[in-house]
Design a protein around this ligand. Structure first.
Ligand code: GLY
Ligand code: MN
Ligand code: MN
Length: 427
C-alpha cells in the first residue's frame, strides 16, 4: 500500500523554497480554512487550505503557520500554532495533534497553541519590513465568503498599517505547479484508484441503472482503497445530461442506446486525480457515437503531444482549437465556410478549456502566462457536445510534462479505446 503521509522532509523542502523567494526581513502567515456552517449545528466536513498543507503537512483545523526566515532567534524562524485540546474535545471530536506530533509531521520544532498566535505575531512582526499575506489569486477563484485568511489580513492591517504588504500567492503558484517525485507518486496512486472504480463500473453499467448507482460504485471502490473519496463532485451524466458541463444531479436512469459521461476522480493523500470517460449504456457504441468518440480521442492524443516544456498556454489552446475544428468538419458539424467566417466556430461544440493544472487542488495552481515546465501535471480533456443529437462526449487523462519527449500519462492503464471499452462491458 502506498504511504498516505508525505515525509516531513517534503514540507521542509517546500518551506525552504518558499522562504528563498521572500524579500529580506519578511514575515509570512498562512491560515487553515474555517469549518463552514450549513445551518443549525450542521457543518461541512473540514477541508484544509492547500497552501498550509503544502508547507506543513498538517490537516487539522485552526492551524496557523508563521515563517520569519531572518528572525534573530532560530526558534522564531518557523512556528506552527495548533488547536489546544481538552478532555471534552477529546470525547466529542477525538484526538488532536500534540506539539510532538505536530513536529513529527511538519518538521517544525517551535509549536505553540493557537490562542498564543496574536501575542507572538505582534511581538515578531514589529521587527519586520514586509508582511506576506495569502490572498486567493487563482484565475478561476470566485469567493464571496470571508475566510480565516481574510479575517487575519483585516486584523493585521489594522494593527500594522504602515508595514509593507506582499502576496505569497504568486510564489506558491509557481512552486505548487511543479510537482516533486513524491507528489507525482501520490497522484499516480490516486489515478490507479480511479482506474479501479472505472473498471468496476464497466462491469456494472447496463440499461436501467441510475446515475447515482454508478456514483455509488465509484465511491465504494474509492473508499475501500483508502481514498478520502471523490476529489471533486462527480458528474455522472447520461443521455442529454452529458451536454451540461457541470451536471451534478446524478439522478436519472440510464437508457439503452444512450451514452453516459462520467467525470470522476479519486483523491489520495490530499492529491487529486481527474478522469472523464464516456461509455455506451448498452455496451456498444452506435456508428455516430463511435465516430464522435474517435474524433475526441484523436484530439486528446494530439493535444497531449503539445504538453512539452516551453509551450505557451495561449498557443496550446489555439492549436487544440485547430485540431478540434478539423475534427468537427470531418464529422459534418462545421463547414469550411463557417470556419472561414469565424476561426472560433469550434466553440459551439467545445466551449471549455482543454487543460488545467492538477495537484492538491483539482484546478490547481499555475500561472497561465508562463511557459510549461517539466513536472507540471495537466489534465487533457477535450469534448464534443451535440445537444441536437442528444449526447456529448468528453475524455480526460492526467499527464506529467517531461523534460524530454511526450508527457507521461498517469491514466495510461485506464481503458479508453472504444473496442476495449466494449469488450470489457460485454465480458
Ligand atoms: N472535473 C473537473 C474538471 O474536469 O475540470
Ligand atoms: Mn474532470
Ligand atoms: Mn479536469
Amino acid at each position: 500500500m502506498q504511504k498516505i503521509r508525505l515525509s516531513q522532509s517534503v514540507f521542509e523542502f517546500n518551506r525552504k523554497r518558499f522562504a528563498q523567494q521572500l524579500k529580506p526581513n519578511s514575515i509570512a502567515v498562512f491560515n487553515s480554512n474555517d469549518i463552514y456552517p450549513i445551518s443549525a449545528d450542521s457543518t461541512h466536513p473540514f477541508e484544509q487550505h492547500r497552501d498550509i498543507f503544502y508547507l506543513t503537512g498538517i490537516n487539522q483545523e485552526e492551524t496557523i503557520l508563521l515563517l520569519y526566515p531572518n528572525a534573530a532567534h532560530p526558534a522564531h524562524r518557523e512556528i506552527v500554532f495548533v488547536r489546544k485540546t481538552n478532555p471534552q474535545i477529546a470525547v466529542w471530536e477525538g484526538h488532536k495533534l500534540t506539539p510532538k506530533e505536530t513536529t513529527q509531521i511538519s518538521g517544525i520544532k517551535t509549536v505553540y497553541w493557537v490562542d498564543e498566535f496574536e501575542r507572538v505575531f505582534m511581538e515578531l512582526a514589529r521587527h519586520t519590513e514586509y508582511i506576506y499575506i495569502n490572498t486567493n489569486e487563482h484565475y478561476r477563484a470566485k469567493v464571496e465568503t470571508e475566510t480565516r485568511e481574510d479575517r487575519f489580513i483585516k486584523w493585521c492591517k489594522k494593527l500594522f498599517p504602515y508595514q509593507k504588504y506582499q502576496k505569497s500567492n504568486f510564489i506558491l503558484q509557481r512552486l505548487r505547479s511543479i510537482k516533486t517525485a513524491e507528489e507525482i507518486s501520490l497522484m499516480q496512486h490516486a489515478c490507479s484508484i480511479t482506474e479501479k472504480g472505472f473498471r468496476r463500473v464497466l462491469g456494472f453499467v447496463k440499461p436501467g441503472v441510475w446515475e447515482y448507482e454508478i456514483q455509488a460504485e465509484y465511491a465504494h471502490e474509492f473508499l475501500r482503497n483508502r481514498s478520502k473519496g471523490f476529489a471533486y463532485t462527480p458528474i455522472i451524466a447520461s443521455g442529454s445530461n452529458s451536454n451540461v458541463l457541470h451536471y451534478i444531479e446524478n439522478n436519472q436512469q440510464c437508457l439503452a442506446g444512450e451514452l453516459v459521461l462520467m467525470d470522476v476522480g479519486a483523491e489520495f493523500g490530499n492529491y487529486a486525480s481527474d478522469m472523464t470517460r464516456t461509455i455506451p449504456v448498452s455496451g456498444r457504441f452506435s456508428t455516430r457515437q463511435r465516430a464522435v468518440y474517435n474524433a475526441v480521442l484523436k484530439v486528446k492524443n494530439e493535444a497531449t503531444k503539445l504538453l512539452v516544456p516551453g509551450t505557451l498556454w495561449k498557443s496550446y489552446q489555439k492549436e487544440v482549437g485547430k485540431l478540434m475544428t478539423s475534427a468537427l468538419i470531418d464529422l459534418g458539424l462545421l463547414t469550411k465556410k463557417e470556419v472561414l467566417q469565424n476561426a472560433e466556430a469550434y466553440k459551439t461544440y467545445f466551449m471549455h478549456g482543454t487543460s488545467h493544472h492538477l495537484g492538491l487542488d483539482t484546478h490547481d495552481y499555475g500561472l497561465l502566462d508562463e511557459p510549461m515546465q517539466p513536472n507540471m501535471v495537466f489534465t487533457v480533456e477535450p469534448g464534443i457536445y451535440i445537444p441536437k443529437e442528444g449526447f456529448g462526449i468528453r475524455l480526460e487523462d492526467d499527464v506529467v510534462v517531461q523534460a524530454h519527449g511526450e508527457p507521461l500519462n498517469l491514466m495510461a492503464n485506464i481503458p479508453i479505446d472504444p473496442r476495449d471499452i466494449e469488450e470489457l462491458m460485454n465480458a
